[in-house]
Design a protein around this ligand. Structure first.
Ligand code: UDP
Length: 241
């Protein structure tokens, strides 16, 4: 485990993360294992949100989502082998879940989006058991949203409510959800359903996924203001180490 600006990030690669999640699913205990996929924005949010930082510390797994996390790890002299992005982790869990009969629940995004994402996942991973879908706008029917998850007896719950809401929400309801693993996956359902296009491979390889996202949705520009501040803070931490 390493710390970027005091925030925990685990060094497991994709395969190790999947194996760990497989072990959590196989466990008989009824304690929910929370998985956080953290990007620079999340690291920055945790600077001003002590509760989020504690949730990340208490999580069962914190994966490095985002090239900015890998960049920071290198700056700090503790390089991380591989990026474990939320959407790729989701797809890999579904691939393994289809083979092993895991029960999957999709919670989040605007009405109808999780259903389309579920359909796409089932086409891609035949036999995948999706035991429930719900949108992420349930503030006026929270009890019902929680009991639907509980009754579905899912092995893995994907919560696509955006960070940090999904992390707080999963943590606050961890004893009521009745599932084994819960993974916060941000805007992944929008990508799976085709509402948002993920950066093409070349952009990803050039580490320009952030620029793609900014150009596709310029309203997000405010979010990028934190990046130079994050980079300066990481460089400062690197000098102090
Ligand atoms: N969302 C939701 N409920 C809310 C607020 C947001 O389900 O109350 C969804 C929103 O529709 C979107 C996702 O959460 O699908 C957030 O996506 P974004 O790309 O902003 O999240 P990030 O990946 O940056 O955490």
């Amino acid at each position: 485990m390493i710390r970027i600006l005091g925030v925990r990030v685990d060094e497991y690669d994709m395969q190790q993360s999947l194996d760990l999640i497989g072990a959590f699913v196989a466990q008989s205990g009824d304690e929910l294992k929370q998985v956080v996929t953290i990007n620079p924005e999340g690291v920055w949010l945790a600077q001003g949100d002590g509760e989020l930082k504690r949730i990340i510390d208490d999580a069962a797994l914190v994966t490095p989502d985002g090239n900015g996390v890998l960049w920071a790890a290198r700056q700090l002299g503790t390089p991380i082998k591989e990026r474990v992005a939320g959407i790729e982790l989701l797809e890999n869990i579904c691939r393994r879940g289809a083979e092993e009969g895991w029960r999957i629940y999709l919670l989040g995004a605007k009405p109808g989006v999780a259903d389309v994402a579920a359909q796409k996942l089932q086409e891609k991973y035949p036999g995948l058991q999706i035991v429930g879908c719900d949108n992420g706008y349930f503030r006026d029917r929270e009890e019902q949203a929680v009991s639907c998850v509980r009754e579905a007896k899912a092995d893995v719950l994907f919560a696509a409510l955006g960070m940090p809401y999904q992390e707080h929400w999963l943590y606050d309801h961890r004893r009521e959800l009745g599932c084994k693993v819960a993974v916060g996956v941000g805007g992944s359902f929008d990508v799976l359903a085709g509402l948002v296009r993920r950066a093409p491979g070349l952009w990803q390889r050039l580490k320009l996924e952030w620029l793609w996202r900014l150009l596709s949705d310029p309203k997000r520009w405010r979010r990028y203001l934190v990046i130079p501040r994050y980079m300066r803070a990481v460089k400062k931490q690197a000098r102090q180490n």
